[in-house]
Write a protein of this length. Structure first.
Length: 213
């Protein structure tokens, strides 16, 4: 738990700590402390605020995701502001998801669980605006990368880019969740992606996801 507001940090810790399958491994008041605590506790998920004094959440996310010793640590960014630049910078820094602070408690718990499972989590409105403003135009290097994918892998990548979870992809394609996970494993390897969030970026960059009206 990383937030410079003690009351909010403690409140979120209480919400998450009440879940039988979630343990709050530590708390930090700024980005620099977050990096130190992440290295000490090696948590599955870091719930990271954006705006903090000193080292902010985006820089802390960048340091955590770039640290080889913290490869298994995933960052879920939590912010009061639905600002496109924050979302994009969080993705580029290596974050696995972006959640607004006005989310319901049950959505927060679900987001932490999904992030821990390796899924990306972005509200549909955030994804749509992100595509429209930053990555709607295909990038040649990503389009070339698609040549190494099977038609089914391209379909799965497009659905990931649209924010679908594994069970939703399985239903859409008429395949099992286990098969979906196999395709995702292949996509991660072929596209040299760190996690599912980077697959979302790849889908955007390749033009597989288009802005919605």
């Amino acid at each position: 738990m990383v937030d410079d507001q003690p009351l909010l940090r403690q409140s979120l810790a209480v919400i998450l700590g009440h879940e039988p399958d979630i343990e709050v491994a530590g708390q930090a008041a700024d980005g620099a402390e977050a990096v130190l605590r992440a290295r000490a506790a090696r948590p599955d998920v870091v719930l990271m605020d954006v705006r903090m004094p000193g080292v902010d959440g985006l820089e802390a996310t960048r340091r955590i995701c770039a640290d080889p010793a913290l490869t298994g640590v995933r960052v879920l960014v939590l912010s009061m502001f639905e600002l496109d630049e924050y979302v994009y910078e969080a993705l580029q820094a290596g974050a696995s998801g972006f959640l607004l602070k006005d989310a319901r408690p049950e959505d927060l718990v679900d987001a932490v669980r999904r992030t821990g499972r390796g899924e990306s989590l972005f509200a549909p409105s955030i994804l749509t605006r992100l595509v429209a403003q930053y990555v709607a135009a295909p990038r040649p290097e990503r389009v070339r990368a698609l040549r190494h994918l099977t038609p089914r892998e391209v379909e799965v990548l497009a659905l990931i880019g649209n924010g679908l979870a594994n069970d939703e992809i399985a239903t859409a394609l008429g395949i099992s969740v286990k098969t979906v996970k196999t395709h995702i494993t292949h996509l991660l390897a072929k596209l040299a992606a760190r996690d599912r969030a980077q697959l979302v970026i790849a889908a955007f960059d390749a033009g597989l996801v288009r802005p919605r009206a």
